[in-house]
Design a binder for this molecule. Sequence first.
Ligand code: ZN
Length: 431
Amino acid sequence: MHVYTKQLLEFIENSPTAYQAVDSSAKILDEQGFVRLGAQDAWELEAGKGYYTVQNGTSIIAFRMPAGKIDSVMLAASHSDSPTFKLKAVCEADTGDYVKLNTERYGGMILSTWLDKPLSLAGRLVVKGEQGIKTVSVKVDRDLVLIPNVAIHQNRKHNDGFAFNAQTDMMPLYGMSSAKGSLMATVAEAAGVKAEDVVGSDLYLYNRTPATIWGADNAFFSAPRIDNLMCAYGTLQGFLQSAAAQNTLQVWACFDNEETGSRTKQGAGALWMRDTLERVCEGCGTDLRRVLPASMMLSADNAHAKHPNHPELSDAQNAPRMGGGVVIKANASQSYATDGISCAIFSEICKKAGVPTQSFANRSDSPGGSTLGSIADTLLPMNTVDIGMAQLAMHSSYETAACADNAHVVNASRAFFETAIKLDADGNYHI
Ligand SMILES: [Zn+2]
């Protein structure tokens, strides 16, 4: 049961930001014989072969060509980013005694979970060399900074719902005053480049707390970035394990910037996804528009489990539990893309595969979250189901889920990729 969990925890450890999440995924795809395609290349695609393409270093689309013509697309999409803090352009601030770093929020995190724990920096550097300007992904692999709390004696309101301020309370401590001006040299060294060659950067904090498997019967695991690397890794495994299809284009995608609304050139709201599928279809004489009605998207992003201390925060009848199987998320205003048809098709797929499912809905007096599913659908209209694995403390810097669900997401997505949906002239779906 713990094989998938251990693999996931290694993937998370190697993926402190979206840059490394894509690097880690590309490495796995390389090992499986997938061929990397450049956007500027002419794509010559062979039946039965696997390919992938990367955008901005933070989003990735992999696909396996069917043996025959493309009748449908089975696509699983997740996201590579997680809430964190990004360094500002002038990022060192000298207090007179110490050097702290100047950051701003990326996404909507639980601020308090970032305090009093070892943190470090990762992301990418932009480096100028004799060959031109290039990007280098970087992870500073040691405890480098920490955001210290104020003592209880100096803030008696700490336990009374204290509101942390992102500009004043969340600046990480980096060093003594003597360390001023040394940060970029430290990061450059970790990247194996010269500090004077660094001409740009996109650097983020990451939580260094190691992942752990814990609890009675080792039922749970905790780690940074479970949302959404649990779904990214689980659907990737399902994709790689699935048998090649006769007439289905199998696609695994992982997008950046879900946590900030998906509306970037590499986000699920970009034309990139549709362009990529059009390019594949055109290459084999297929009209994508004719393929979409029988196609399906699995928008995979974790769900809120019923909280052991706060069950009242969940809807009474649609409150999933950790370990209970794949969660199907639905929302009347379509912040989740699930509808009656997509829910029915996916439920049938899971039933056939022996994977348990459960349902999630927000409390009717709470707006809840949203996912990339409905955003991607506006550019790529197809039946879409929003799913996820039940977890606690979403957007904490250290989240919790159930080990058993790692097998559930792999098994469900493998069965999904192996399904060929047919839509007949009378509007009946055959799966
Ligand atoms: Zn998410």
